[in-house]
Design a protein around this ligand. Structure first.
Ligand SMILES: Cc1ncc(C[n+]2csc(CCOP(=O)(O)OP(=O)(O)O)c2C)c(N)n1
Length: 332
């Protein structure tokens, strides 16, 4: 992206904050991965490693009253919406202090008070939910936007089609995105769809779409802003295709031998943290000592969070039904 445009369009503090969240996401997920390898996490671990700029960029572009129906590689969303490293690590360790109070051991968490729909495992199910929330905002006359996404694999599902079509027909204040990381588990893109870009699907719904470098946090932020402004102005949904690469296996149990090593080597050079550091240097907003300072800061936050999670109790039997049924779910 043109540095002059970024300097003009994004405030210095906002860029520095995004860099901090990129680093915090990476440090937290690396710690979770290490815990998984130590056999301390019972569930699966699906990370956003190498794709952190997507969640960090779009969540930073939203207003506090806007709502997110995240994808399963959107850890940055939770951090930006105020979930602490302690809460998140407690979730992964199955502790009572985690968002699901010990009922789930990975990314299936949310909190309506913080504007994050609980992530449901069934792929693309979050998109019709997002369209429904956007319809509610429109009926109530509220100036709020919903942001929701899925993967390249998820975009081949029926619920993706239903949500996109309904939202376009009703001109709903929603932004849909695709994290196109080239693989749906072991299925490469060319076995997923007969078109070159996921964004081509948007045309069929009469919805504008944009291809964005998903490893460039500034590009993600600015594209998200444009789509959010459009949605808030009553002009309807936009579809954003964030191009990126899944740098780990589908989950940490998967060595992903089906991915050519050269492809990973190529994308390693485009790492979102590396890119953000290059940008901060070009703008004279950050240098190596500053990056080191942030590294130390996030490391401390992750370790403090782990201490909290480790000291937290496991749930007790009678708590098993707490928060399971709708009456205590709250509203958004
Ligand atoms: C309806 C449904 N089918 C299958 C799964 C199992 N599953 C979870 S993630 C995944 C691959 C998803 O691929 P993609 O949407 O490209 O996202 P990625 O994991 O590559 O980021 C599959 C098959 C699921 N969660 N939901």
């Amino acid at each position: 992206m043109d540095v002059a445009v970024i300097a003009k369009e994004i405030k210095r503090d906002d860029l520095l904050q995004m860099y901090y969240y990129l680093r915090l996401t990476r440090a937290l997920e690396d710690r979770i991965t290490a815990l998984y390898r130590q056999g301390r996490i019972v569930g699966g671990v699906y990370t956003s490693h190498g794709m952190e700029a997507i969640a960090v960029g779009y969540a930073s572009a939203l207003e506090r009253d806007d709502v997110i129906a995240p994808f399963h590689r959107d850890m940055g969303v939770f951090l930006i919406r105020g979930f602490t490293t302690g809460e998140i690590l407690a979730q992964y360790l199955g502790k009572r202090t985690g968002p699901t109070k010990g009922k789930d051991g990975n990314v299936h968490m949310g909190d309506l008070k913080r504007g994050v729909f609980g992530f449901v495992s069934h792929l693309a199910d979050n998109l019709p939910v997002a369209a429904g929330a956007a319809l509610a905002f429109k009926i109530r006359g509220e100036s709020r936007v919903v942001f929701a996404g899925t993967g390249d694999g998820g975009s081949s599902r029926g619920d993706f089609h239903e949500a996109m079509n309904f939202a376009a027909v009703r001109k709903l204040p929603v932004v849909f995105f695709c994290n196109n990381n080239q693989y749906a588990y072991s299925t490469p893109l060319h076995l997923q769809m007969a078109i070159p870009n996921v964004v081509d699907r948007a045309k069929a719904y009469g919805m504008p779409g944009e291809i964005v470098d998903g490893n460039d946090v500034a590009a993600v932020y600015l594209a998200a802003k444009r789509a959010i402004v459009r949605a808030r102005a009553g002009e309807g949904p936009t579809f954003l295709e964030f191009k990126t690469m899944r740098m780990h296996g589908h989950s940490e149990h998967d060595p992903a031998k089906y991915v050519p090593r050269e492809l990973l080597e190529e994308w390693k050079k485009k790492d979102p943290i590396l890119k953000a550091e290059q940008l901060l240097k070009q703008l004279s907003y950050g240098d190596e000592p500053y990056f080191q300072e942030v590294t130390e800061r996030v490391k401390g936050e992750v370790e403090a969070g782990l201490e909290f999670a480790e000291q937290s109790p496991l749930p007790e039997g009678p708590e098993v039904l707490e928060g399971v049924f709708a009456e205590s779910a709250g509203s958004y």
